[in-house]
Design a protein. Structure first.
Length: 114
């Protein structure tokens, strides 16, 4: 579990180029067993290929279409919307390749000493 702050934003990208940026604190934590929380609705032939949760204004997901066009999704260049929708479509008549990102490691801040 990673703590989420009020300024953190979550960006999700699907293969069919749908993107959704929302405030991370809108995604509820489940207290018990469950099926999870829907962040973005995807159709049967679509799938999520990348996501990013950050408070950094410089962080972005590098993307490339199957035709070779380079794109980038920044969590702070798009206005956040409520989760659970289909999001915005970045490109029409093309799909996105899965980005070759290295694994991300999160360093948790030490708890404040009282």
């Amino acid at each position: 579990m990673v703590p989420v702050h009020d300024r953190d934003r979550l960006a999700v990208v699907t293969e069919m180029s749908h993107t959704l940026v929302t405030k991370a604190n809108e995604v509820n934590e489940l207290a018990g067993p469950g099926r999870g929380v829907t962040v973005i609705k995807v159709s049967g032939d679509d799938r999520v290929i990348a996501f990013l949760c950050t408070s950094s204004k410089q962080a972005a997901i590098p993307l490339e279409t199957t035709k070779g066009r380079k794109l980038e999704l920044s969590t702070f260049r798009q206005e956040p919307v409520g989760r659970g929708g289909r999001g915005h479509q970045m490109v029409k008549r093309d799909k996105l390749k899965e980005p070759p990102l290295p694994p991300v490691f999160v360093a948790l801040p030490e708890e404040e000493k009282k």
